[in-house]
Design a protein around this ligand. Structure first.
Ligand SMILES: CC(C)(COP(=O)(O)OP(=O)(O)OC[C@H]1O[C@@H](n2cnc3c(N)ncnc32)[C@H](O)[C@@H]1OP(=O)(O)O)[C@@H](O)C(=O)NCCC(=O)NCCS
Length: 168
């Protein structure tokens, strides 16, 4: 990805493109546009960022010359903040942007006074598990059968992960 890829706070005009990317990134359990709307309405305890890049052959973003390549959101209203969602579009993966989005959430959580970050990840999602392990998250709990299966099979466990924000 080129240097024109940037991270900025998400706004109302980004919602439709975020919801479209969500359906590609989470085919089994995508959030609706209404869910994104209520998340943004939860600001300032909810905070969302979008990764944007130049539109390549037709815009899928809020502006003619821009497209949404990824996004991340969190909740912060106490000692422990929570990752609500994080996704990078298939074409943009493997270039460190998932890690950059996660670092942005960590920075904001620290600025909000949180000492730890928590999240839930599907047990059958090796890419996300690797991302979080590389960022220093440790498993603290399992929610058995928390997620719908993507292929009609058995429900999938949620792994509950935690990172102390004072640690690198
Ligand atoms: C998970 C996701 C955000 C990773 O985004 P990304 O931009 O490719 O991640 P990065 O390039 O920053 O990689 C971060 C780490 O994860 C590893 N990783 C990324 N994809 C991987 C894969 N498919 N398998 C194994 N490891 C993977 C990278 O090697 C890197 O590890 P390293 O720091 O040890 O080298 C992306 O795959 C995605 O959006 N998936 C669909 C949505 C999703 O599952 N979101 C998480 C919900 S909890």
């Amino acid at each position: 990805m080129t240097g024109s890829t940037t991270l900025r706070a998400a706004g109302w005009r980004d919602l439709a493109a975020m919801a479209r990317l969500e359906r590609r990134c989470f085919p089994a359990d995508a959030w609706s546009a209404a869910t994104f709307w209520s998340e943004l309405a939860g600001r300032p305890t909810r905070s969302y960022w979008v990764l944007t890049g130049p539109a390549a052959g037709g815009s899928d973003g809020p502006a003619e010359d821009e497209q949404i390549l990824g996004y991340a959101g969190m909740s912060s209203d106490g000692e422990t903040a929570d990752v609500m969602t994080l996704a990078v579009g298939p074409e943009t993966r493997g270039h460190g942007w998932g890690s950059r989005l996660l670092e942005r959430l960590h920075d904001h959580a620290r600025d909000s006074g949180a000492g730890a970050m928590m999240l839930e990840v599907r047990a059958d999602n090796p890419a996300a598990r690797h991302l979080y392990a590389a960022a220093g998250y440790e498993q603290v709990n399992v929610r058995r059968g928390y997620y719908r299966s993507s292929d009609g099979g058995s429900a999938v466990d949620a792994l509950v992960l935690r990172k102390e924000l004072s640690l690198p």
